[in-house]
Design a protein around this ligand. Structure first.
Ligand code: AMP
Length: 389
């Protein structure tokens, strides 16, 4: 069911609690932000709420402080960066609950950033009393933290029962729109490209996507588990020996939809610039590090014919050039296909950026774990609790 959007709310003179994802990378010591991408991603929602005349309370987790205050994981640097980006003051709260925070109610047009939610163990425990205290700070609730929507924590799920209206922020709405479009009513042919290290991390994604897409292109180390399951030689490649039966079952269920590499780049060790060659059958003393040129050509052909593409995970050890060739070639093919393309967060995003084609991808998800759960067909707790339209 469609969920309420921040655009459906009357925000004039209201206090809106926006759960944002300011879980930014910090340099050692916790004073300096090394990438403000996540803060920038939340700006449209924050600006919208301010323009509508709301007082804005922002809340996020940062790192893993394990339920105790830790100055190295304070959100203070995020407040300073947000001030620069918004061009207006951002009041930093000393905590996320308690009398001092309650006294900081923002007037219309003002912004308050609460201190790290995970300084309290009750956040991850989804504690009802803690949830009630967070909810008491505001009139309406907005979740814009897609990257945390697969967690049922106090700020992403628990507090919603204590507010009158709970809506998706603009970033959250965009994530749900594109991931929903690709998985619910994809224009056909629909193609999924799945790579990365382990089959075990993506069993549910493979099982769910094979029901949706017309072709499933497999690459990365996970391909070798499938290939060993078929009796093909895999040498010293990364294989999950306890998942061979599962791989056989997945292949049987997929019918002819699941495609595996037909040639491989192999090396004797996993090192940048290591000697390597292209083979059809992997020798005993070598390990597979990338898909080969014939596979790139075959997969690119399928990608060129696609109208919808879902991608998660690299085709090889792309962090160590030249073993990034397969991943980069497919990134280009996706960009040139003209298809609606949705890329899952993390490594796939890095690969798209290193191929220089990020601007030609329809949607790059901001949530790694959350996008995997979405692609697995699971309902995200942080989305389920939002008010239905
Ligand atoms: P994932 O997080 O499951 O998407 O996996 C990403 C990781 O898989 C990256 O760090 C890649 O280096 C790794 N990977 C991809 N292909 C291979 C391979 N052939 N051998 C070892 N690791 C690989």
């Amino acid at each position: 069911m469609a969920k309420l959007s921040i655009r459906d709310l009357d925000l004039k003179s209201k206090i809106v609690f926006i759960r944002v994802d300011f879980n930014v990378p910090l340099a050692a010591g916790g004073q300096e932000i090394t990438s403000d991408k996540r803060i920038r991603a939340s700006l449209p929602t924050i600006r919208y709420a301010l323009e509508q005349g709301a007082g804005v309370i922002l809340a996020s987790h940062l790192g893993r402080p394990k339920g105790k205050p830790n100055p190295e994981m304070s959100l203070k640097p995020a407040a300073r960066r947000l001030e620069e980006l918004l061009g207006q003051p951002v009041k930093m709260a000393p905590d996320c609950v308690g009398p001092e925070v309650e006294a900081m109610k923002p007037a219309p047009g003002e912004v308050v950033l609460l201190e790290n939610l995970r300084f309290h163990a009750e956040e991850e425990k989804n504690d009802p009393e803690f949830s009630r205290k967070l909810a008491a700070l505001c009139d309406v609730y907005v979740n814009d933290a897609f990257g945390s929507a697969h967690r049922a924590h106090a700020s992403t799920a628990g507090m919603v029962q204590f507010v009158s209206q709970a809506a998706a922020g603009l970033l959250m709405e965009q994530e749900l729109r594109f991931l929903g479009m690709a998985t619910r009513h994809p224009e056909r042919p629909a193609v999924a490209i799945l790579g990365g290290a382990k089959v075990s991390d993506k069993i549910e994604v493979i099982s769910n996507l094979m029901k949706i897409v017309d072709r499933l292109l497999i690459g990365g180390a996970m391909a070798y588990t499938f290939q060993k399951a078929q009796g093909e030689p895999v040498g010293k490649s990364l294989v999950e020996d306890d998942k061979l039966d599962l791989a056989r079952r997945l292949m049987a269920d997929a019918g002819g939809k699941l495609l595996l590499p037909s040639d491989h780049v192999v090396a004797s060790e996993l090192k940048e610039g290591a000697e390597h060659e292209v083979v059809i059958a992997i020798p005993d003393d070598k390990l597979g590090v990338d898909i080969g040129p014939a596979t790139i050509a075959r997969y690119s052909e399928v990608i060129r014919g696609a109208k919808t593409i879902i991608w998660n995970g690299p085709m090889g050890v792309f962090e160590k050039p030249p073993f990034d060739k397969g991943t980069v070639a497919l990134a280009r093919a996706v960009a040139e296909s003209g298809a609606v393309s949705v890329v899952g967060g993390g490594d796939s995003e890095k690969a798209i950026k290193s191929a220089g084609v990020a601007d030609r991808i329809t949607h790059i998800s901001t949530g790694g774990g959350a996008s995997l759960e979405f692609l697995s067909g699971l309902e995200l707790p942080g989305v389920a609790v939002l008010t239905d339209k």
